[in-house]
Design a protein around this ligand. Structure first.
Ligand code: ADP
Length: 576
């Protein structure tokens, strides 16, 4: 709670200029509001009761002027408060997003993208709703209550005492129900995030859902999650309304009681009727002020409940930094693994790698083969430093990878992962992917190596063809070829291909492989191979089984010496 408040305070301070202007207009509006009852009193006592028509007119005109001033002050106040809130939520959303981007890969293993995006959107919005207009209004009402109270005492101390009776009940109710509202709103946010997961999974996997005719099931799961969310929301709303209702009744009842007691005082001749009317008006202002301030407190508490996740997220230090560390002037591309053991953080009971020793010289090409789950992709994940080994070490040109700057290291590695991801933008943007300075000729040459140039140039817009929703739909093989072009354009010293060509037909696959193996500058290359045609030409094939390298050698040697390899050839590596 305190971290949340402190976090919120920092955000508010960032927007202090806008809030200061807003607050100034809160003050202006306040002067107008609090002057009314005073002027009404004088209008009655000095004008009506004294029988001065001109005084009545004067004071009525003054009241009209105050009304106009208050109107202007309200508009300006709301404008600045809402603008501040909008900017504040933008900053907050941006920093949560930045923070998510900098988390280590293991963080994303047990979180769904649907949950993260829903929270990034919803939780931040809830804060935004509190710190805009409502914050301005709350400030106003809190001040009205405080100043109104002073004016009440000034007008009639005895009556004020009567009115004060209403304060403790309101405070207690706000306190008790407020706590409940806060817990319930945190669970509501969580419930909506879970619904977000379902939506994201079903829409993200729409083809699978459709192919298995699982729309009704998806619908039912979504409805179930939403219903659960609405149920927690309902309880929150109930608590919130109860608080509003109780403070309304208690507050207004006190004002009525004040009216009754005031009437008595007039009849006893101890107060003027103008004073009583002005007192009742102040009393209503104070009651409304307290009520609105407590409503705001409810909203604020609800907002704070929703911020719990956000500030926890912002406080989370990534286990592995994205950047920072040593950079080598030149990379030869020698890669060594010494006794590397690794378990995924989400599966701490199973060895993904159970002791790997491997040296790959600069420019060498090795293929990794093995049954699914043998650990091939895991080796590549560790080379990319998506994770660090639990034991042993990985070194690049003799330097422990842990002391190297991870971002720099990754910039030396070109990678094509199993399922290439393309982003919105043109084909050329996707091949460049951050390397904006590369010329069109370089992009085209990279596409050539990946056997992608031909199909790209067949599109009317060529390399400028937009990808995704508005643009072309690409086949799996075409996406892979773009991903290969993306990796090649970077001319990385180390090239990683994880089943990078499995969606290509065997003819283009052979072409791509030839081109990759013949890259003029000879990068160290790791290929997760799945076809016999790939491994036949490779100098060293490593056979993995249950997280260990059990054999290594050329294809024909392995056929003789490794039963596991023979079996793989028969059953898993596609012979084409
Ligand atoms: P391969 O690439 O050879 O098919 P992997 O390296 O992907 O095998 O997997 C090795 C082992 O690690 C498997 O048992 C797999 O279930 C597990 N594994 C892979 N990725 C993850 C992950 N992100 N979280 C937890 N376990 C994983």
């Amino acid at each position: 709670m305190t971290t949340q408040l402190r976090g919120l305070a920092v955000l508010l301070r960032d927007q202090r200029a806008l809030y200061a202007i807003g607050a100034a207009f809160v003050a202006i509006g306040l002067v107008a509001t609090l002057s009314y009852p005073m002027l009404v009193k004088r209008l009655i006592d000095e004008g009506v009761l004294a029988g001065h028509m001109s005084r009545v007119n004067e004071l009525a005109l003054l009241l009209l002027g105050l009304l106009a001033a208050e109107g202007v002050a309200t508009v300006v106040r709301d404008y600045y408060f809402n603008l501040a809130a909008e900017r504040l939520t933008m900053r907050l959303r941006q920093s949560v997003f930045d923070h998510l981007l900098s988390q280590e890969i293991g963080f994303f293993d047990n979180r769904s993208v649907g949950e993260l995006t829903t929270r990034l959107w919803d939780d931040v919005t809830v804060i935004g709703r509190v710190v805009g207009e409502p914050l301005g209004a709350a400030m106003r009402f809190a001040l009205i209550s405080a100043l109104g109270m002073a004016l009440l005492v000034y007008t009639s101390p005895a009556l004020t005492l009567v009115l004060m009776l209403a304060v403790p009940p309101i405070a207690v109710v706000a306190w008790v129900l407020g706590g409940r509202v806060k817990t319930l709103s945190a669970s509501t946010q969580q419930a909506y995030a879970e619904a977000g997961i379902v939506a994201e999974e079903s829409l993200g996997g729409i083809r699978t859902v459709r192919a298995f005719s699982q729309e009704p099931a998806a619908r039912a799961r979504y409805r179930e999650k939403l219903t659960a969310a609405v149920e927690t929301a309902r309880r929150r709303i109930l608590a919130n309304s109860a608080r509003g209702g109780v403070s309304f009744v208690v507050g207004e009842a006190a004002a009525l009681f004040g009216l009754w007691a005031g009437a008595n005082l007039i009849l006893q001749g101890r107060l003027t009727s103008g004073a009583v009317i002005s007192f009742v008006l102040y009393g209503l202002l104070v009651a409304r002020g307290l009520r609105r301030a407590s409503e705001f407190w409810g909203e604020a508490v609800r907002g704070l409940g929703a911020t719990q996740w956000i500030f926890e997220m912002l406080a989370r230090e990534p286990r592995m930094a994205v950047g920072g560390g040593m950079r080598l002037a030149r990379v030869e591309g020698a890669v060594t693994l010494d006794g590397v053991r690794f378990r995924y953080p989400t599966r701490p009971d199973a060895d993904a790698l159970a002791g790997i020793d491997l040296h790959v010289g600069p420019g060498e090409i090795v293929a990794l083969v093995g049954r699914s789950g043998a650990g091939k992709s895991t080796i590549l994940n560790l080379l990319l430093r998506f994770y660090d080994p639990d034991e042993g070490r990985i070194s690049i040109d003799g330097h422990d990878a842990r002391i190297l700057d991870p971002a720099w290291l990754r910039s030396q590695i070109g990678v094509v992962l199993q399922e290439p991801v393309l982003f919105s933008g043109t084909i050329a943007d996707n091949i460049r992917f951050g390397l904006a300075e590369r010329s069109d000729a370089e992009v085209a040459a990279a596409a050539e190596v990946a056997c992608a140039r031909e199909f790209i140039e067949r599109f009317p817009a060529g390399f400028a063809t937009p990808i995704g929703t508005r643009g072309v739909q690409l086949s799996g093989g075409q996406r892979q070829r773009l991903a290969i072009a993306r990796a090649v354009l970077r001319r990385p010293r180390i090239l990683i291909l994880d089943e990078a060509t499995n969606a290509l037909d065997s003819e283009s696959e052979a072409f791509v492989h030839q081109a990759l193996l013949a890259l003029d500058y000879g990068p160290t290359t790791f290929i997760v191979a799945h076809r016999l045609s790939t491994v036949i030409n490779i100098g060293r094939v490593l056979v993995l089984d249950r997280g260990q390298i059990i054999h290594s050698g050329r294809h024909d040697e392995l056929l003789r010496t490794s039963p596991v390899y023979r079996q793989l050839i028969e059953t898993q590596l596609a012979v084409r």
